[in-house]
Design a protein around this ligand. Structure first.
Ligand code: URA
Length: 239
């Protein structure tokens, strides 16, 4: 990759500003000052420094966020805060986007990346990647609901869902459940419960394919995925 493109991609300024930076002699590749913006660098093998500080370049960024309520799963919005607004600038420069959407009032696992291929594979309806949610329901959830979900329920628009695996964690006037679904229709979990006459009062995603929410992340916090998590996602095949 050209040195000026690399520096611009990393947010060190426009191509023009980067050209000035290079001209000033601040940038070295393998300890040799580089002033030519057209110079190519092998980002895997060569070391680039700016004023003596090593610059790390990576093509892709993979972030796991514990999404809080009240923010949109979108890259930008003219009026409301988005999950991208919660990222540090040094992560925003990679232009990542959320993989799929969680409702504004849903919390939990959100993968944010700029790896379009990986995002496409995880979101493709053909792949049936399972997603598991923890939810609090406004009334008693019964074995009949478990059975109905296992067969698929009919949503308000007539759509028949694929089977969902419903586990009752605590049943009572309010119930705690876990639901695993392999689709991502608009408001799907909420609408599946509406189909059996119940209401979701709290919703949190806890897994997506092989990726589990890191429960040590506070709401609104995020971290980079570890190498083994990235590998798992890349190699993930739904049975
Ligand atoms: N289902 C919903 O109803 N909302 C979400 O945010 C995710 C799944």
């Amino acid at each position: 990759m050209r040195i000026d493109k690399m520096l611009a991609n990393l947010g060190y300024g426009s191509r023009k500003e980067v050209k000035q930076l290079l001209k000033s002699g601040a940038v070295k590749v393998d300890d040799v000052v580089v002033k030519d913006p057209k110079q190519h660098v092998d980002t895997n093998k060569q070391s680039v420094t700016l004023n003596g500080e090593v610059i790390e370049y990576k093509e892709f960024i993979y972030l796991m966020m514990n999404k809080p309520q009240g923010v949109l799963s979108a890259t930008e919005d003219s009026a409301q805060e988005t999950v991208i607004d919660l990222l540090e600038l040094e992560d925003q420069v990679y232009e990542p986007f959320p993989v799929g959407r969680l409702d504004k009032d849903t919390e939990g696992l959100l993968l944010i990346t700029n790896d379009g291929q990986l995002a496409h594979r995880l979101l493709s309806p053909k792949k049936h990647v399972p997603k598991t949610y923890f939810a609090v329901i406004d009334r008693e959830v019964t074995d009949e609901d478990v059975k109905a979900f296992a067969e698929g329920v009919t949503l308000d628009d007539g759509y028949e869902t694929k089977p969902g695996e419903l586990k009752i964690l605590k049943s009572g006037i309010r119930s705690d459940i876990e639901l695993t679904i392999t689709e991502g229709k608009f408001h799907q979990v909420k609408r599946m419960f509406e189909a059996v006459g119940k209401k979701v009062v709290y919703l949190k995603r806890i897994s997506m394919g092989p990726l589990l929410l890191d429960e040590t992340l506070e709401l609104g916090e995020y971290r980079e995925l570890m190498d083994d998590e990235i590998e798992m996602l890349r190699n993930y095949q739904v049975k």
